[in-house]
Design a protein around this ligand. Structure first.
Ligand code: MOS
Length: 764
C-alpha cells in the first residue's frame, strides 16, 4: 500500500538485525506458539456479543446523527431550507456549511507521513458540491429515528455546474501520468512495442474492471465526544494513530488532544480510515456541546466511503515459439477524482510476475466527478492481475502451451524491473504443489471439451503477487510483571483477521511465555507508534516493533540481574527467553527466571518501549507474497449461469504464523475474488453520477451458496529477511482469483470475457 515509505528511510547502524540480511534468531529456533493453529483470542467475546464495537458505546447525553446527501455531481447549493428539520421532535442541531465550525481540509493520504484523508476537500465548509452523495447537512436528535425523520424534511436546490460523469468524456479531456505514493507508475525496459511487432506470437487486448464499493459487514460509524477541549472518537479504524493526527490538523488541535480508540472492527479491507462522517460528527458534537453517535446506513457507506475505481487496461505480450516472453506491455487508465490520489496501480504485480526481454508499464489517470476512490483489498494488484493473467492465458492458446508450464518457463531469477534479488520466492513450488493437489493434469486443453449434462465444465489458473511491506513508525511497549505476565501494547488493529492473536503468539515466543500469560492491548492512538492495518504489513510492522522492544527489555533485565545472577556479564545477543526465564543461548544451564531477577532488584515490573527498525530489507530485496490459484467452473449451457465448483489457493507467503487465522484470511480473500469475478459492480448513473445500487440487495457479493469448499495450501518457507520470516497474507488472497475464474470459463466455453464482472448475459 505504501511504497513511498521507502523514500524516507534513514540507514541504521550496520549491526542492527536486518540490513545485511541477518535473520532474526527467533525464526530459526523452535517455537511454542508460532505455527500452531490457535483460535482467535477475541473470538469468544465476539460470538457472545460481549465485544463492544464503536457504534455500541453509549455516552451520557448522547445524540444521534443523520446525514443528508447531495443529489447532483457538481455545482452549488442554491437554497437550503432547514427550518422544518430544526422544529422537528427531538432535534438538537441541524448543521450545514452555514453554521459548521471552521475546519482545515484533511491532508490527503500520502501528502505527509500522518495524513490519511481520502481527499483534500474541505468538509461542509462552503456551498460547493463535488460528488453526487456528498453530505450537505447533518441532523442531531435524541433518537436515530427522530434524526432520520428530521433529515427527510430538509429541502435543497442546486445550481448545477458542468460535470464529467461519462468515461468517454473523461478520456476525451486527456489523461495524466499516474503517481502512487509519490512514485510514478511508469516502467520502461527496452523497446517493448518494437519487440511486440517482431514477436512470432502475440496477444494484445483491452480488459475492463468496474467500480467496486466497500461492504464491510459493520457499516462505518463513530461515537464522538469532546472532553475539556480534547476530541475522543470511538471509531472503527485500521489506522488509529494517523487518523488522530489528521483530525488534529483538521480541528487545529495538538496531537495529544485527539484520541481514537478502535478495539474491534467489523471488517475494513481498506475502507476503515478517515471519511467525512468522523469530521462532520466531531464538528456537530462541538457545536451542539453533546456527544454524537454517527452511524452510516448501508446506503450512507455507498454515498460517503469510496471504493475501487474503473480501469481500462491494455495487456500486450510477445513471445517466441518456446514461450519465452520478449515483450510485456501493460498500460491503461484508472479513473480518479480531481481531489484524491489513489490511482488504482494495476501494473504493480506485472513488475515482478514474469521475466521478459522488454517492458512497458504505465498507469494514466482521467478525472470524473465522483466519490473519491480509495484502497480496496489489493488495490492495483486485484484488477491488474485480472488483465495480466487473462492475457497470459490467451497467450497459452496462441502458443498451444499449458498455462502452468508457460508461467514456470518465464519465472524470473531476479526482479525484472528493479534488478534486486528476491528475498524469498518459491512460486514454482507453489505451482507444482497446487497443480498436483488440484488434479490439473486432468484438464482438457480444448475449450468446451468437457460437458456434463447442461453444464460446460472448465479449469483455469492464475498467479497472484502482492508486495511485502513494512511501514516505518511502528512501536511496541512490553511490560513484564513479577507474576510472570507480559503486557504488549501496540497501536494496531484487530479487524477480525487475527492480529491480536498473532501478536500474542509472537510476543509469547519471544518472551518464552505461554500465550495465556500474554495480554495484547491495541486499537488506541494513545499507545505510542503508528501502525496501519493496510498493505498487508501490519503483522510484520508489529513483529519488527516487538523484536526491538523485546531486545530493549532483555537489556534492562540483564542490567537488573546484576553480578549475583548466573547471567552476569552476558549481552543481549547471548541470551534467549524460555519458560519465563532468560537463558544463555549456548549454555542453557545458565538461566534465571524473570520473577527472580525482578525480586532481587525489588521491582514489581519492568517496561521497555522501542520503535521497530527501519524497513531496510525493502532496499535490498524484491519482496512479495505469491499465489497460484486453480479453479473449476461449470457454465450452464442454457442459462449462462456460472458456478464455481472447486477452487484451490496455493500460497508462498513465507512462514505462516498461525495456520488457522491464515487459512481464514486466504479464504476470505478468495471469496472476495469470486465476487469480483462474477458479481460485484457499482452501478453508476452516467447522467448524474449517482450510485444506483447502494445496498446489498442490488450490489451482489457471494453468499454461502456461491462459495464452494476452498482448499488452501502453502509452502511455509520462511523468508530470512523479514521479522518472523513471514510475508503479508491479507491481500494476496483476492489477487489472481478473477483471472483464474475467467480462464476457467474460457476453458469451459471457449468464450473470453474481458470485462468484469462475468455475468450470464456475457456468456449467452
Ligand atoms: Mo488494505 S486495501 O491495504 O486494507
Amino acid at each position: 500500500l505504501v511504497q513511498g515509505a521507502m523514500a524516507k528511510l534513514v540507514p541504521l547502524a550496520p549491526d542492527s538485525w536486518i540490513p545485511g540480511g541477518v535473520p532474526d534468531p527467533l525464526i530459526v529456533r523452535k517455537h511454542g506458539a508460532i505455527g500452531k493453529p490457535i483460535s482467535r483470542l477475541d473470538g469468544v467475546l465476539k460470538v457472545q456479543g460481549a465485544a463492544r464495537f464503536a457504534a455500541e458505546i453509549m455516552l451520557d447525553d448522547m445524540v444521534y446523527a443523520s446525514l443528508a446527501y447531495a443529489t447532483i455531481p457538481r455545482g452549488r447549493i442554491a437554497t437550503l431550507e432547514t427550518e422544518a428539520a430544526e422544529a422537528a421532535p427531538g432535534v438538537a442541531l441541524v448543521m450545514t456549511y452555514r453554521n459548521a465550525p471552521r475546519m482545515n481540509p484533511p491532508g490527503v493520504f500520502g501528502s505527509s507521513p500522518t495524513a490519511v484523508g481520502p481527499s483534500d476537500l474541505p468538509v461542509m465548509q462552503d456551498d460547493r458540491i463535488h460528488w453526487n452523495g456528498q453530505p450537505i447537512a447533518v441532523v442531531l436528535a435524541e433518537t436515530q429515528e427522530q434524526a432520520d425523520h428530521a433529515k427527510s424534511l430538509i429541502r435543497v436546490t442546486y445550481t448545477p455546474e458542468p460535470s464529467t460523469t461519462l468515461l468517454s468524456k473523461a478520456k476525451a479531456a486527456g489523461s495524466a501520468p499516474g503517481v502512487f505514493m509519490g512514485q510514478p507508475l511508469l516502467d520502461e525496459i527496452g523497446d517493448a512495442e518494437a519487440e511486440l511487432v517482431k514477436a512470432p506470437h502475440r496477444v494484445d487486448h483491452i480488459y475492463r474492471t468496474p467500480r467496486h464499493n466497500h461492504n464491510p459487514i459493520e457499516p462505518h460509524g463513530a461515537t464522538i465526544s469532546w472532553v475539556d477541549g480534547a476530541l475522543i472518537i470511538h471509531d472503527m479504524s485500521q489506522m488509529v494513530s494517523a487518523t488522530a493526527a489528521t483530525l488534529a490538523d483538521v480541528f487545529g488541535l495538538k496531537p495529544e488532544q485527539v484520541r481514537i480508540t478502535s478495539p474491534y472492527v467489523g471488517g475494513g479491507f481498506g475502507s476503515k480510515g478517515l471519511w467525512d462522517h468522523q469530521i462532520v460528527g466531531a464538528a456537530a458534537a462541538r457545536l451542539s456541546g453533546r456527544p454524537v453517535r454517527i452511524n452510516l446506513s448501508r446506503e450512507g457507506v455507498y454515498r460517503l466511503v469510496g471504493g475501487r475505481t474503473l480501469t481500462e487496461q491494455r495487456v500486450a505480450i510477445g513471445a517466441n515459439a518456446d514461450g519465452h516472453l520478449t515483450a510485456m506491455i501493460h498500460t491503461g487508465i484508472a479513473v480518479m477524482t480531481p481531489h484524491n490520489n489513489m490511482p488504482e496501480p494495476f501494473i504493480l504485480a506485472t513488475r515482478s510476475a514474469y521475466a521478459a526481454d522488454s517492458f512497458k508499464l504505465s498507469v494514466e489517470t482521467v478525472e470524473m466527478n465522483m466519490l473519491a476512490n480509495t484502497f480496496m483489498r489489493a488495490p492495483g494488484e486485484a484488477v491488474g492481475t485480472f488483465a495480466l493473467e487473462s492475457a497470459i492465458d490467451e497467450l497459452t492458446i496462441e502458443l498451444g502451451m499449458d498455462p502452468v508450464d508457460l508461467r514456470i518457463r518465464n519465472e524470473p531469477d531476479k526482479d525484472p524491473i528493479s534488478g534486486l534479488p528476491f528475498s524469498s520466492r518459491n512460486i514454482v513450488e507453489a505451482w507444482r504443489a497446487g497443480a498436483d493437489r488440484f488434479g490439473w493434469a486432468k484438464r482438457s486443453a480444448i475449450p468446451g471439451g468437457h460437458r456434463d449434462g447442461e453444464w460446460l465444465v472448465g479449469m483455469g489458473c492464475a498467479t497472484g503477487t502482492y508486495p511485502y511491506y513494512r511501514m516505518p513508525g511502528a512501536a511496541a511497549r512490553i511490560t513484564l510483571t513479577i507474576e510472570g505476565k507480559a503486557i504488549i501494547e501496540v497501536a494496531a488493529h484487530e479487524m477480525g483477521m487475527g492480529t491480536s492473536t498473532t501478536t500474542a503468539m509472537v510476543a509469547a515466543d519471544r518472551l518464552g511465555l505461554s500465550i495465556d500469560h500474554v495480554e495484547v492491548r491495541y486499537g488506541d492512538s494513545k499507545i505510542p507508534g503508528a501502525i496501519m492495518a493496510g498493505g498487508s504489513q501490519q503483522t510484520a510492522a508489529i513483529g519488527g516493533a516487538v523484536i526491538a522492544a523485546h531486545n530493549a527489555l532483555v537489556a534492562q533485565l540483564l542490567k537488573l540481574a546484576g553480578n549475583a545472577s548466573p547471567l552476569a556479564g552476558l549481552s543481549v545477543n547471548e541470551v534467549g527467553s524460555e519458560d519465563g526465564a532468560l537463558v544463555k543461548l549456548d549454555d542453557p544451564a545458565k538461566r534465571e527466571t524473570y520473577a527472580s531477577i525482578l525480586a532481587r532488584a525489588q521491582r514489581d515490573s519492568v517496561t521497555a518501549e522501542e520503535q521497530g527498525s527501519q524497513p531496510l530489507e525493502l532496499m535490498h530485496w524484491s519482496m512479495h507474497s505469491h499465489s497460484a490459484i486453480f479453479c473449476e467452473v461449470g457454465v450452464n449451457a442454457v442459462t449462462g449461469e456460472v458456478r464455481v465448483n472447486r477452487i484451490l489457493g496455493s500460497f508462498d507467503c513465507g512462514r505462516i504464523l498461525n495456520p488457522k487465522t491464515a487459512r481464514s484470511q486466504f479464504r476470505g480473500g478468495i471469496i472476495m475474488g469470486l465476487g469480483m469475478a462474477l458479481m460485484e459492480e457499482t452501478q453508476f448513473d452516467e447522467r448524474n453520477g449517482r450510485i444506483m445500487n447502494p445496498s446489498l440487495a442490488e450490489y451482489h457479493i457471494p453468499v454461502h451458496l456461491d462459495v464452494p469448499e476452498i482448499d488452501v495450501i502453502w509452502t511455509d518457507i520462511a523468508d530470512p529477511h523479514t521479522p518472523m520470516g513471514a510475508h503479508g497474507i491479507g491481500e494476496i488472497g483476492i489477487t489472481g482469483v478473477a483471472a483464474a475464474v475467467a480462464n476457467a470459463i474460457y476453458n469451459a466455453t471457449g468464450k473470453r470475457v474481458r470485462d468484469l464482472p462475468i455475468t450470464l448475459d456475457k456468456l449467452l
